[in-house]
Design a protein around this ligand. Structure first.
Ligand code: SF4
Length: 231
């Protein structure tokens, strides 16, 4: 199985009844500004390099962002922030991500999410996070080239730790607490011909690029650039 296979399979998942209803009703209702556009209205697959050096872990697609465009962190203010920051650091071809076909291309980066469907109020329930967990587990198992992970927000931090533990990565004890600039290291055991060896993955936390954080100045461009520079 490849990451492309995972993307195809997740895009048709219907495991969470509340989120299936929500993503489809938002797509049917459309926001006035996007009346003339088709809405994706399905799970949003991961985005980016098939052999990433860096993973970016967010939370879930936005109702009129990823749920509209079908592309992670695309078509809303949060997406504008993270794509612009990745562009400044040389990880993206363009400073914006508007819609499929806009020429955006991530270099060495893959964006993943603990929850692939847009939740009401941007708040997935614990049961929905648990249901979507196996998709993140599979990403970690297949992303064998990853050297570092940027985690946007506390829920992403918790979800990544849980997924890493489930797939057998060794985590420091006690677990590192989330905060902007928090850093920890996971140890990934080798498998197959590499059994007996291991590699490390650096994990860095950042406040989420939500409008709540960027509008209020809790997260500034400089703060985001500084954590990305440490990847
Ligand atoms: Fe499937 Fe995840 Fe969407 Fe639930 S949130 S329906 S598990 S893709």
């Amino acid at each position: 199985q490849s990451l492309t296979d995972v993307d195809a399979r997740v895009s048709v998942c219907r495991a969470c009844p509340r989120l299936v209803d929500w993503r489809e009703s938002v797509a049917a209702g459309k926001r006035k500004a996007f009346l003339g556009e088709p809405y994706w209205g399905r799970p949003v697959p991961s985005l980016g390099d098939e052999q990433p050096r860096v993973l970016v872990v967010g939370l879930a697609p936005a109702a009129h962002g990823g749920n509209r465009t079908g592309r992670m962190f695309t078509g809303d203010r949060s997406g504008d922030w993270i794509h612009a920051a990745l562009y400044r650091a040389g990880y993206a071809a363009r400073p914006t991500s508007v819609s499929a076909g806009d020429g955006q291309r991530l270099r060495g980066v893959r964006m993943v999410a603990p929850v692939h469907c847009a939740p009401p109020d941007n708040k997935p329930t614990p049961a929905e996070r648990a249901a979507c967990g196996p998709w993140l587990d599979r990403e970690l198992q297949l992303a064998t080239t990853v050297e570092s992970i940027l985690v946007l927000g506390g829920i992403g931090w918790q979800s990544l730790h849980a997924a890493a533990a489930r797939v057998g990565w060794a985590l420091p004890r006690p677990r590192a607490t989330f905060g902007h600039g928090a850093q920890t290291v996971f140890t990934v055991p080798g498998s197959g011909a590499d059994a007996g060896s291991s590699r490390t993955v650096r994990v860095i936390g950042s406040y989420h690029v939500s409008q709540q954080n960027t509008f209020t100045g809790r997260l500034t461009e400089q703060m985001l650039d500084e954590v990305i520079a440490r990847l």
